[in-house]
Design a protein around this ligand. Structure first.
Ligand SMILES: *Cc1c(COP(=O)(O)O)cnc(C)c1O
Length: 427
C-alpha cells in the first residue's frame, strides 16, 4: 500500500475541511518573503468596518478576533480614524525626549480613571510587561533589600521579550530560546497555597493575568485574586496585574481588577488601549512609582499619534452607557455560547464581559477555526481544545446572533467530517 492510498483510507480533518488553495495569496504577491513565524490562513484582508472584514476577493468575514482583542472599537471606527488623521495632520511625533499634548493628556486620563499615580506610554504589551518587571526590581532594590524574584502563573502569557518570555509560563513551541532570563518562577494558577509556598525572601512581586488568555480564557476566581492581593500586602511584595488583554473595557469594567475588587501596585495595559494602533501603558501606584530619569525610555514612548488614538478609545469606552452595554452583550454572548456548547456536546464556557472561551470536547479547535473561516467567521484557538471570542466592544446583538449561526454551521461541518474520518478508519 502506498502512502497515497493510506491517506485516502484515513482522511484527516484537514483533508475534509480545507479546500485546495489558490497558488498565491494575492497575485502578484506571494508570502515567500515573509518570515514564516506566524501561520496565517489564505485570505488577504483589504478593508474593515466595525465587526466586518473584506478580503481581496471581496468576501466578507465576521470578525470575532479583532486583532487579538486590540481593535476594541472594531475596524476603522470613525472616532479613531478622525483622531489619528487630525493628529497626523498637526504633528505625528516630536520624540520621546519631548513633551507632547497627547502624551500628557493620556497619562493624566489613565491615572485619573484608574486611580493610579503615574503612567508610562509604550508601544506593545510585551514592552509594558517588561517595564513592569523592571519597575518591580527597582522597587525591590529600594525597599526589599535587592529582592528581584518574580512569581508568575503556569500557562500565563506576558509577551515575547526575553524577560516577558521568562515570565511566561509555557515554552514557545517547545523552544524556550535558552538561556532564559533568571529570577522567574511559576506556580499553578488559582492555587493560593502553592503561591504562598513559593514566596521567599528573594521574591519582589507576583505577576498575574486576571483572566489567562492564551491558556484558554481561564478567569481567576475572586477568592484567588483577593487572596493574592492580601498575601502581597501581608508579605510586603508587589502585585502586578497584566491587563494587556483584560483591560480597557474587555471584561465589562475599565480594568478587570475592578470586577474582582482588588487593587494592584503595577498594571500593564496594551491591546485594546490603542484600538488597533500599537499603544500600551504601564501604570503604577504609591511607592511603586519609583522610576527615575534614564531608567526607561524608547523611541515611541509617549508617541503623539498613538496617544491620540488612546484618547479616542478612552473617550468612547468611558462614554455614559458604553461599559454597561459591554456587560449586557457579553452576558448574552456567554449565555448563547453555553447553549451552543451543550447542543454540540462541548465543554465549559468561561469569561467576563466580551472575553469568552469555549472549551471543546476534543482537540478540534483548529479544525473549527478553519471551518469557521469557510463560513466567513474569524475566530482564534488559544489552545488545541479551546476557542476564543474577542469581538469588538461595540458588537451588536445582531452580529452576535450571526456569529452563533456561522459557528453552529462550523460545528456541523467539523462533526460530519469527524464522522467521515471515523468511517474512513473503519473501512
Ligand atoms: C498579548 C499579550 C501580551 C503581549 O502583548 P504584545 O502587544 O503582543 O506585545 C502580554 N500579556 C498579555 C496578557 C497579552 O494578552
Amino acid at each position: 500500500m502506498n502512502l497515497f492510498s493510506l491517506r485516502r483510507a484515513t482522511p484527516s480533518l484537514d483533508d475534509l475541511l480545507i479546500e485546495p488553495c489558490a497558488a498565491t495569496p494575492c497575485a502578484p504577491f506571494s508570502s515567500e518573503c515573509l518570515m514564516p513565524c506566524v501561520q496565517r490562513p489564505q485570505p488577504v484582508f483589504v478593508r474593515g468596518q466595525g465587526s466586518w472584514l473584506w478580503d481581496s476577493d471581496d468576501r466578507t468575514y465576521l470578525d470575532f478576533t479583532q486583532a487579538g482583542a486590540a481593535n476594541s472599537l472594531g475596524h476603522s471606527p470613525s472616532v479613531l480614524v478622525n483622531a489619528i488623521a487630525a493628529q497626523a495632520q498637526s504633528m505625528i511625533n516630536p520624540g520621546s525626549g519631548f513633551y507632547n499634548r497627547g502624551m500628557l493628556k493620556l497619562a493624566d486620563r489613565l491615572c485619573r480613571s484608574t486611580g493610579s499615580d503615574q503612567a508610562c506610554l509604550l508601544g506593545s504589551g510585551t514592552e509594558a510587561c517588561e517595564a513592569a518587571i523592571t519597575l518591580a526590581r527597582k522597587w525591590g532594590r529600594l525597599y526589599r533589600g535587592g529582592a528581584a524574584g518574580i512569581i508568575t502563573a503556569r500557562h500565563s502569557c506576558h509577551g515575547r521579550g526575553f524577560a516577558a518570555l521568562a515570565a511566561t509560563g509555557k515554552p514557545v513551541s517547545g523552544n524556550g530560546f535558552e538561556p532564559r532570563a533568571p529570577g522567574f518562577s511559576q506556580v499553578p494558577f488559582n492555587d493560593l497555597p502553592a503561591l504562598h509556598a513559593a514566596v521567599d525572601a528573594q521574591t519582589v512581586a507576583i505577576m498575574l493575568e486576571p483572566v489567562q488568555g492564551e491558556a484558554g480564557v481561564v478567569p481567576a476566581t475572586e477568592h484567588y485574586l483577593k487572596g493574592v492581593e492580601r498575601l502581597c500586602r501581608e508579605l510586603g511584595i508587589l502585585l502586578i496585574l497584566d491587563e494587556v488583554q483584560t483591560g480597557v473595557g474587555r471584561c465589562g469594567t475599565l480594568l478587570a481588577e475592578q470586577l474582582y475588587g482588588v487593587r494592584a501596585d503595577i498594571i500593564a495595559l496594551g491591546k485594546g488601549l490603542g484600538g488597533g494602533v500599537p499603544l500600551a501603558a504601564l501604570l503604577a501606584r504609591g511607592k511603586a512609582c519609583c522610576f527615575e530619569h534614564g531608567e526607561l525610555d524608547g523611541t515611541h514612548h509617549g508617541n503623539a499619534l498613538t496617544a491620540a488614538a488612546g484618547l479616542a478609545v478612552l473617550d468612547s469606552v468611558q462614554e455614559h452607557g458604553f461599559l454597561p452595554q459591554v456587560r449586557v452583550n457579553g452576558q448574552y454572548l456567554g449565555q448563547e455560547l453555553n447553549r451552543l456548547a451543550s447542543r454540540y456536546a462541548q465543554g465549559e464556557v468561561r469569561g467576563h464581559g466580551l472575553f469568552w472561551g469555549l472549551s471543546l470536547a476534543d482537540d478540534s479547535a483548529q479544525a473549527l477555526v478553519n471551518a469557521a473561516l469557510h463560513e466567513g467567521l474569524l475566530l482564534s484557538a488559544p489552545q488545541p481544545d479551546c476557542l476564543r471570542f474577542t469581538p469588538a466592544l461595540t458588537v451588536s446583538k445582531g452580529n452576535i446572533d450571526e456569529m452563533l449561526l456561522r459557528l453552529a454551521r462550523a460545528f456541523s461541518r467539523v462533526q460530519s467530517a469527524q464522522l467521515q474520518c471515523r468511517k474512513g478508519v473503519a473501512v
